[in-house]
Design a protein. Structure first.
Length: 251
């Protein structure tokens, strides 16, 4: 049985009759046999839901547990440490530039750009103050002003990435054919619901993908320019902003 197979109700009933722990979550059939003894809410929390649609329960329980564990609370002390690191890198960049060490100053500036994007990421998730306007302004300052990237475009793709993480047809972050393939699903052409574009498994992919362990870092070294392209597209079509504000995105 393939993980992408569509299962008839009789097949699901048969699996339950065989003693498997089967739960429905959204449109997906989950086989939780090995997860049964590891569930933080105890095995009964799962057994109660066998053969039933547990979408609401899973979402509510997970949300409550995250809240109870304080995982929604931002550790501001850690942000202080992060901030000190960014300031140190920026100061080192200025210092090296001041004394004419251009290559060294470029390295510090690159490290500074690289590191501050973590803050843009968290701001884009509204994970710093949880206040939409404040976190969005922080993210815009870091991503747009400091790094030249559109946080509006980034949010429109990144939110989809977190909703349907690692699903080949839906997660835009792993759709990198013909350069990289992260799972066998890409070995046949797949249609991206995010880009509304078919990633064809063609002759270029046949040549490039076997060498992806060598090409990954060189390609990622210039991947930023690809982001500029997406940024320009989303700005021209006003798409990133619209999707960010109104949450309109097909998938
Ligand atoms: Zn994220």
């Amino acid at each position: 049985m393939d993980r992408d197979d569509i299962l008839e109700p009789q097949v699901v009933e048969g699996m339950i009759a065989e003693g498997h722990t089967i739960v429905i979550f959204e449109d997906v059939v989950l086989k939780l046999d090995s997860w049964l003894h590891q569930h933080p809410g105890g095995r009964l929390a799962i057994l109660h839901m066998v053969g039933r649609d547990a979408t609401d329960e899973i979402k509510a329980a997970l949300h409550q547990q995250i809240r109870d564990d304080g995982l929604y609370n931002c550790p501001y002390l850690d942000y202080g440490k992060e901030l000190a690191r960014y300031v140190a890198l920026f100061a080192a960049f200025l210092f090296a530039l001041r004394f004419g060490h251009h290559i060294l100053s470029a390295i510090f500036l690159g490290l500074f750009w690289h590191q501050i994007m973590f803050t843009a990421h968290d701001g884009g998730h509204l994970a710093i103050t949880s206040h939409f306007a404040v976190d969005t302004l922080i993210a815009m300052f870091v991503a747009d002003f400091c790094c030249g990237l559109s946080i509006g475009w980034w949010k429109s793709s990144h939110n989809v990435h977190h909703l349907v993480t690692n699903q080949p047809e839906h997660d835009p972050d792993i759709q990198n054919v013909p350069l990289f393939a992260t799972c066998p699903s890409f070995f046949r052409s797949i249609h991206s619901s995010y880009y509304d574009f078919t990633f064809a498994w063609d002759a270029v992919a046949e040549i490039m993908v076997p060498y992806q362990r060598y090409t990954y870092y060189p390609v990622m070294g210039i991947a930023r320019f690809n982001l500029y392209l997406f940024f320009k597209q989303s700005t021209i079509y006003f798409q990133g902003f619209r999707d960010t504000i109104f949450g309109r995105r097909r998938y």
